[in-house]
Design a protein around this ligand. Structure first.
Ligand code: BGC
Length: 749
């Protein structure tokens, strides 16, 4: 404090001389911090946001007016020190900004890319890097500095409302996809925000709920992907989450934000809160939560009080400001980048289409019901005509025109009669009119009841058409979790639609395909036998219909694999009894008693057969795997190679998945866990590719809580290679003679 006063007096005497007013550059950050007044410092660690929206543009959560309307927030400006504001905007499926600007006719659209789960279902990090690169270009060209994405929370329970933004139930797959996405975005010289750190696996009472998790589950499941991504991709920022973790808000946890994130993993960037997260602002500052977003006046008062009381150290404030400034100097806003406000949306749409088609998962295809190159399609279901391209909340994106499934099929040369189109459209307009008006982005979009078709109507349609395609739609998003009834389970009108279409078309020897245009897992087990083919199209972004048509027509051979288990019943979900915590209406805490046994780890280890397993997905061709070899390659590494051959008649890509079963001498372990995957190139019929995996000591290790260390036990390891978490086509063992302590971690009481 004494030094500060001296600086202030010196600055005053010099009449704000050059000494007192350095202009920010990359080598004078400390000097700039020293030149700030205490009030400036306190202001600087929280941002600005959540202002007015531009009228007529529908619901927008965060709008800053100003330079990029609709962005979620920005940092403070201190002109005299040469500090410009940097702008942050959502989100994981594309840039969310206002499309309208005051006094302008022009619309500022962005590309709705495929959402998180479908991106992960591609199992193609290279492609996801390309998606990131294209999305990041829009961020840069619209004058934004940091994209608030990716969201990588584990899909612990299929009812989490934000699962659509997230990647998978598995941390390894999540880590690989997330790192690729970040690398792609940041190639543009703009930042990302890896979120929500951590254990934000539900929306129910998200700002208060305490996630009670064992140290082992935390390390192996809920932190693992964050760790992998921080180490391999260095996101410019990390966003702490809303929830408490074992009693402490994550945004106030020094153990999480400093000891684990920085000291153990080597994170070099800046940490921001989620918007309005946490309660104890001084604790956030000292924990190492550098920026408080979007900024509230109550924060200023409390931080001031804590500084005067000596419960908050000014050095912590300075450290946080330095980290914010280190971010600022990398950003286009600081570097004076002249953005165009005109990114190449057409080119980006093509990337969105490619990723969407590659992330769709073919669950069933009896008698090669698909592909159908041409023909007259009886296209049923609201979502066929009003297709969901993304979910709701901060992950919503406004594209100029989203392609419906009907439009996509027609563009691919299939016929969908005008009569059918008009009937559906009229019905959808009528039903939508009965719904409450949507006033904010946290308001969910209700799924409409399906139109009831008479037997005579369906029969006449079956006579006129070659095949029925029925689309079932689901939507969810930020702010609430999903329900079992008429959400996980089909509604009565949906069941009737599938039942009646199947009965009528099958009676005439015609097939029925069900397309699932869904945010997350729904029940399939109770009706799957009625459909000849089932295609999970997820929430595929702006090119939804074209991408569905690509797969349905065979222009693209499906190669997506499930990133989350489809159980036989909801009760088979390991967290079914504890999600979303107690009391159910407004849970104070959620006890993660499923521990490390999430998703396939539970299904496989406990012998609970799912409807469709993690890693599963069909192709229009077949593949064979052979010649698995595993050998020690020095430095504790093991190399596995396997040859995959296209044994069918169509060119296709396969995802070669490597699972590892580790010895259970010291602690129990899942029967096997994903430790590697490679997506092949497009293999022509009879063509082969040999793929290589490297297993590190980390891959062999589990987190042993009694020692707070990652340990690879001595014993026999089995490498299982296949094309799903249940279909292992090649296996081999190797032995580790002595226990390896791979990493000692900091234990937290
Ligand atoms: C969400 C974040 C988002 C932020 C800014 C919050 O409600 O949880 O994911 O980035 O808002 O819009």
């Amino acid at each position: 404090m004494r030094i500060r006063s001296f600086l202030f007096i010196a600055a005053c005497c010099a009449g704000f001389s050059a000494y007192a007013q350095p202009k920010l550059n990359k080598s004078n950050i400390k000097e700039v911090v020293a030149a700030m007044t205490l009030d400036e410092k306190i202001e600087f660690i929280h941002g600005i946001g959540m202002g007015v929206t531009v009228a007529g543009n529908g619901p927008v959560a965060g709008s800053v007016g100003g330079r990029v309307p609709g962005a979620a927030g920005l940092t403070q400006t201190i002109e005299r020190l040469g500090i410009p504001p940097i702008i942050m905007a959502d989100g994981p499926a594309g840039l969310r900004i206002d499309t309208l600007r005051q006094g302008e006719q022009k619309r500022y659209y962005t590309t709705a890319f495929p959402t998180g789960t479908i991106l992960a279902s591609t199992w193609n990090p290279e492609l996801i890097q390309e998606v990131g690169r294209n999305m990041g270009n829009e961020v840069k060209e619209y004058g934004v500095d940091v994209l608030l994405a990716p969201g990588i929370n584990i899909q612990r329970n299929l009812l989490c409302g934000r699962n659509y933004e997230y990647y998978s139930e598995d941390p390894y797959l999540t880590g690989r996809i997330g790192a690729a996405f970040i690398n792609g975005v940041q190639e543009n010289g703009v930042g990302t925000s890896l979120k929500h750190f951590a254990v934000n696996n539900q929306e129910s009472n998200r700002s208060y709920v305490d996630a009670v998790v064992s140290e082992r589950a935390l390390r192996e499941i809920y932190l693992r992907a964050f760790q992998y991504i921080v180490k391999t991709a260095q996101p410019w920022t990390v966003m702490s989450s809303y929830n408490k973790l074992n009693g402490t808000y994550t945004s106030e946890s020094k153990h999480l934000l400093t000891t684990i994130l920085r000291d153990e993993w080597g994170f070099k960037g800046m940490v921001t809160t989620d918007w309005f997260a946490g309660k104890n602002y001084p604790a956030q500052v000292s924990a190492g939560n550098d920026l408080l977003m979007p900024g509230r006046s109550s924060e200023t008062k409390k931080i001031k009080a804590a500084l005067s009381a000596g419960t908050l150290n000014e050095k912590d404030l300075d450290r946080n400001i330095e980290r914010i400034l280190e971010l600022v100097i990398k950003c286009p806003s600081f570097l004076g980048y002249k953005y165009s406000n005109n990114p190449d949306l057409k080119a980006h749409a093509q990337v969105a289409r490619k990723a969407a088609a590659e992330g769709m998962v073919l669950l069933k295809n009896n008698g090669m019901a698909l592909p159908i190159a041409k023909g007259n399609v009886c296209l049923l279901g609201n979502a066929s005509y009003s297709t969901f391209v993304g979910g709701t909340g901060s992950g919503e994106v406004a594209s100029a025109h989203n392609i419906s499934i009907a439009e996509g099929l027609k563009a691919a040369g299939m016929q969908v009669t005008n009569e059918l189109t008009m009937l559906h459209k009229k019905y959808i307009v009528e039903e939508k009119a009965k719904q409450p008006a949507r006033t904010n982005i946290l308001q969910k979009i209700n799924v409409l009841p399906e139109r009831g078709w008479t037997q005579a109507e369906l029969s006449a349609l079956a006579d006129k058409t070659d095949i029925a395609i029925v689309t079932i739609g689901r939507n969810a998003g930020e702010g609430s979790d999903r329900k079992i009834d008429i959400d996980y389970l089909l509604s009565d009108t949906e069941k009737a639609l599938i039942d009646n279409a199947a009965a009528t078309f099958h009676a005439k020897g015609k097939k029925v395909v069900v397309v699932l245009n869904i945010d997350g897992v729904i029940d399939v087990a109770s009706w799957a036998d009625k459909a000849d083919a089932i295609l999970v199209a997820w929430l595929p972004g702006v090119q939804a219909g074209n991408a569905v048509a690509d797969v349905v027509s065979g222009r693209v051979n499906p190669s997506g694999k499930l990133a989350i288990t489809f159980p036989k019943t909801y009760d088979d979900v390991p967290s079914a009894k504890t999600f979303p915590g107690l009391p159910v209406e407004r849970p104070d805490s959620c006890v993660y008693d499923d521990d490390i046994y999430v998703g396939y780890r539970y299904a496989n280890t406990r012998g609970v057969a799912p409807a469709y397993e993690f890693g599963f997905g069909l192709s229009y061709t077949t593949f064979k795997m052979s010649n698995l070899k595993v050998k020690a390659s020095g430095n504790g590494l093991y190399t596995a190679t396997v040859t995959v051959r296209n044994t069918g008649k169509k060119a296709g890509k396969e995802v070669v998945q490597l699972y590892l079963a580790a010895p259970t001498t010291q602690i129990d372990k899942p029967s096997e866990e994903l430790k590697g995957f490679v997506k092949t190139r497009l293999l022509k019929p009879s063509e082969s590719q040999t793929v290589t995996f490297t297993l590190t000591p980390y891959d062999l290790a589990s987190f042993n809580p009694s020692q707070s260390a990652w340990i690879a036990d001595a014993g026999t390891y089995t490498v299982k290679v296949g094309n799903s978490s249940r279909n292992f086509l090649q296996q081999m063992t190797f032995s580790v003679n002595r226990e390896i302590i791979v990493e000692n971690c900091h234990h937290h009481e």
